[in-house]
Design a protein around this ligand. Structure first.
Ligand code: R1P
Ligand code: URA
Length: 290
């Protein structure tokens, strides 16, 4: 018996579009670029040779079009892994669930996700302007822990080494470590991106060790993170979405990776807010390689 997805579990709008994204199954390409900022959707779509459709709801803006003949959807996610839960589940449903019968399609349709984001650099070799691709992500957000199969897809050895090194406070939840898709990561990284390990945080301030008026529970967190080495891997950057993207994509049978431009170097205590032109270089590289 095929599993039936009830109206409350898979919410479909009256016009046949999915609840949050307002997108219909036929409007989504197999190649998907995810960006946090809805304004960045236009920056990506400005490279398209043709636009097929555009939708918008809340922080979720979508354009599907073609780049040199390749059909691509660019989708904004807003900030955080909670939003990624919505975007990945709704996009997977658009690809793999029949909206008429509310049952799973016979054939699996595999999607390719590349996130283009901004991040904070944590090493001397990741100054502002560096493009970092996440070979692995460490999720401080906890999202993947709610899904069965989490232990089968995560790097448990890395998790153990990291939590031991950090003297991890269990009140913070369980960090999960997940690999990006290797083939996709290599293809996108080519020879001009730093390959690294990214921590995806459930916040921009405290979870990333930024202290404004309220003291932090572990003031040494970032120093310990910067020193951590496991099997030759060092932690390179902080952002807020890569772990849930890599984790959910793996559980759903899709390909995913994340590349980010460093806009703040936490060691040098420098930030660059005028990054629109530089991130356009990253966008062009991803559009060519996806
Ligand atoms: C925080 O400023 C936001 O910027 C980064 C973080 O992951 C977070 O979403 O990515 P985006 O520039 O893609 O939003
Ligand atoms: N995005 C983040 O999440 N952190 C930074 O430091 C910069 C961008």
């Amino acid at each position: 018996m095929k599993k039936y997805f009830a109206e409350s579990e898979l919410i479909i709008n009256q016009d046949g579009s999915i609840f949050h994204l307002h997108l219909k199954p036929e409007q989504m390409a197999d190649k998907i670029i995810l960006v946090g900022d809805p304004g960045r959707v236009e920056l990506v779509a400005s490279h398209f040779d043709r636009r097929e459709c555009e939708t918008e709801n809340r922080e979720f803006r979508t354009v599907t079009g073609t780049f040199r003949g390749k059909r691509i959807t660019v989708q904004s996610t807003g900030i955080g892994c909670d939003n990624i839960d919505i975007v990945l589940n709704e996009m997977d449903a658009l690809a793999n669930i029949d909206f008429k019968t509310r049952t799973e399609n016979e054939a699996h349709r595999q999607l390719t996700f590349v996130r283009i984001g901004t991040c904070g650099g944590l090493q001397p070799y990741t100054p502002t302007g560096t493009f970092i691709i996440s070979e692995k992500s460490i999720g401080f957000d906890g999202l993947l822990n709610f899904y069965a199969g989490r232990n089968e897809v995560c790097d448990l050895d890395f998790e153990q080494a990291f939590t031991k090194h950090m003297n991890w406070n269990r009140q913070l939840g369980s960090p999960y470590v997940i690999d990006a898709d290797k083939e996709l990561t290599e293809r996108i990284a080519a020879n001009d991106m730093v390959r690294g390990v990214t921590i995806a945080c459930g916040g921009f301030f405290g979870p990333q060790g930024r202290e404004l008026r309220i003291p932090l529970s572990d003031p040494d967190q970032n120093k310990k993170i910067e020193r951590f080495v496991h099997n030759g891997h060092r932690i390179t950057n902080f952002e807020m979405e890569s772990s849930a993207i890599a984790g959910l994509a793996r559980l759903m049978g899709h390909k995913a990776t994340t590349c980010c431009m460093v806009i703040a170097n936490r060691l040098e205590k420098q930030a660059n807010t005028g990054y629109k032109n530089t991130i356009d270089n990253l966008i062009e590289k991803v559009l060519e390689r996806i």
